[in-house]
Design a protein around this ligand. Structure first.
Ligand SMILES: [Zn+2]
Ligand SMILES: [Zn+2]
Length: 83
């Protein structure tokens, strides 16, 4: 009985996982932190309000995104609205 239950639940889990992976591959839409407008992953600035979306870490100089709270390269905490 238990095996029957497992045999029924495993394909179901596989389908759910496949759907989740497919959704993740499409990727969540990025939103401008300033105006909430949709921006593409490779945009340097928001086309609607001009907010810069690509910045560089003040410590290590590696490119970081405006949405990131910390630099993934050196771990420095980033200002929310650097000027
Ligand atoms: Zn914007
Ligand atoms: Zn850094």
């Amino acid at each position: 009985m238990l095996l029957l239950f497992i045999a029924a639940i495993v394909p179901l889990l596989a389908v759910i996982t496949a759907l989740a992976v497919r959704r993740r591959r499409e990727g969540p839409r990025l939103l401008c932190p300033a105006c909430g407008g949709a921006v593409e992953r490779d945009f340097n600035a928001c086309p609607a309000c001009g907010t810069r979306l690509r910045l560089s870490c003040p410590v290590c100089g590696e490119p970081v995104r405006a949405l990131w709270r910390a630099c993934p390269h050196c771990g420095t905490h980033l200002e929310e609205d650097p000027r």
